[in-house]
Design a protein around this ligand. Structure first.
Ligand SMILES: [Zn+2]
Length: 503
């Protein structure tokens, strides 16, 4: 058979369910173990394998008949007789499972303990794949080959059942990913065969025959060491035999990883996994405790440093706040002083303005009094002037009789009547001040001239009209005042005195 097809068949059979069991019940000797040279009861393999007459062996799990067999690789085992019940627990176990159980049993026996396959608890609360029992029978450790998926709850519950009976337990898997690693006491293992898959020498060795018993199994996960210089746990590889020995002789034990150290290094690269439970030695735990104490001291120093910094920061803040308040206070004082100064300034300004206003008012009042006095004086002067003029006018008119006045009227009016046929009219109300105390003469209702104004009141005569007087003497009396142009004065040649003959 070509080497490659043998390899493929081995790989396929590793995970498939196989009718393989290492324990059986002998009608007389009781439980026998195919992995032990004397089957665990001083009996030879030949006594059950192909023996005549045939021995009535039974399956410890289902009670169905089994018979002894030897594989092509010289592995001794038991298989069910035809007509086996489909629900026997062993029937559903893979060849890989059987190989792992065998490897565990071999390792346990190598370090001098008894290994019981498919061992049941007296009260039936558990059934161990392989139960390691110390020679004096006082210590027991169950080794469980757990290849099928199982929940954290189930595996924790099953672990608790062992612990309740005072039995140690270690769960073992060959899978690449094991979700419950570190949830319960557990390891991951690999055999050298699968470790060197594809190696031509290895295949050639397989082709030579049975090598199962000589395979070197290695624990590749679940065991960790702590080095103070690293400050972290790191997964360590070691031969399965060595690990089993350390567990059974309590050189290694399950350790609950402290929170700070749960990130655990694995492999050569900087890869990490998180674990709550690991297998380790007391030396590593001591190193970890020493390191943790150092870290706690560091943390404490950091905490104190932080506290000092916080205190200093608080003090800085307090001081800054005090400074700010002091500055604020100073600012308020300065502002108040400035306000008071401005108010005082305003007060002075207002007082100044009030003084100025009072002074201005007094000046205005004085001015007004002066103006009134002047007006009064002027009025008085005007009245006196009027009285003087009236006095003069009265004397002026007393100098002539009414007949002489009529004579003058006629002298003015007759030539106009004769020439233009227009009768001049003389103001009948007597001499008013507005005509300089002379008599207004109208021609066709328009001022034509003034008859005999008083010499003292010529300034009151309208400037555009001529004035008429009786003779040259009267004309002279007018013009000598200098208040009227001589060419405006028209005089006649009427006699100075009344001619008695005319009366
Ligand atoms: Zn069975």
């Amino acid at each position: 058979m070509p080497a490659w097809s043998l390899r493929q068949r081995l790989l396929a059979s590793n995970t498939a369910a196989a009718d393989v069991a290492f324990a059986a019940v002998h009608p007389e000797a009781g439980r026998i173990d195919a992995t032990l040279l004397d089957l665990g009861c001083g009996m030879s393999w030949a006594a059950v394998h192909k023996a005549r007459p045939r021995v009535a062996l039974r399956c410890p799990a289902c009670g169905h008949g089994v018979h002894a067999k030897v594989s092509s690789r010289k592995l001794r085992y038991f298989a069910h007789d035809p007509g086996r019940p489909a629900d026997c627990v062993w029937l559903n176990e893979s060849l890989e499972h059987h190989r792992l159980k065998l490897a565990l049993a071999t390792a346990i026996r190598t370090v001098g303990w008894r290994a019981d396959l498919e061992a049941r608890a007296p009260n039936g609360s558990w059934r161990a794949d392989v139960l390691a029992v110390s020679l004096d029978g006082t210590h027991q450790v169950a080794w469980e080959a757990q290849l099928s998926p199982i929940t954290d709850e189930d595996i924790s519950e099953r672990t608790l059942r062992y612990q309740n009976d005072g039995v140690g337990v270690c769960w073992v898997s060959t899978a690449a990913r094991v979700p419950w690693m570190g949830v319960v006491p557990s390891i991951r293992v690999r055999d050298t065969d699968s470790d060197t898959n594809g190696n031509a020498d290895d295949v050639a060795r397989d082709a030579d025959g049975d090598v199962d018993h000589d395979l070197a199994w290695t624990v590749i996960d679940g065991v960790a060491g702590f080095r103070y210089s690293d400050g972290a746990w790191r997964i360590q590889r070691l031969p399965l035999d060595a690990f089993v020995g350390w567990v059974l002789y309590e050189q290694t034990f399950v350790h609950q990883v402290r929170t700070r150290y749960r990130r655990i290094g694995i492999g050569a690269e900087r890869r990490y996994v998180r674990r709550h439970l690991i297998w380790t030695t007391s030396r590593s735990v001591d190193e970890m405790i020493r390191h943790d104490a150092m870290r706690q001291r560091q943390d404490e120093r950091k905490r104190q440093q932080r506290e000092r910094e916080q205190t200093a920061e608080q003090r800085r803040r307090d001081e800054a706040e005090a400074r700010r308040q002091e500055e604020q206070r100073q600012r308020e004082i300065a502002e108040a002083a400035e306000r008071a100064r401005r108010e005082q300034q305003w007060e002075e300004q207002r007082r100044q303005w009030a003084l100025e206003a009072a002074q201005a008012r007094r000046q205005r009042e004085a001015e007004e009094r002066r103006r009134q006095e002047q007006a009064r004086a002027a009025e008085q002067e005007r009245l006196q002037q009027e009285q003087r003029e009236q006095q003069a006018a009265r004397q002026w008119w007393q100098a002539v009789s009414s007949a002489q006045v009529d004579e003058l009227r006629a002298a003015v009016a007759d030539p106009v009547w004769k020439k233009d046929g227009i009768r001049l009219e003389f103001d009948s109300h007597g001499p008013p001040a507005s005509c300089g105390y002379g008599i207004a003469i109208y021609r066709s209702r328009q001022l034509y001239g003034v008859l005999r104004p008083s010499p003292a009141s010529l300034h009151r005569v309208p400037r555009i009209v001529p004035v008429f007087v009786r003779n040259a003497r009267e004309a002279h009396l007018l013009t000598e005042t200098g208040r009227i142009e001589p060419d405006r004065v028209i005089h006649f040649d009427l006699p100075e005195y009344e001619q008695l003959s005319l009366i």
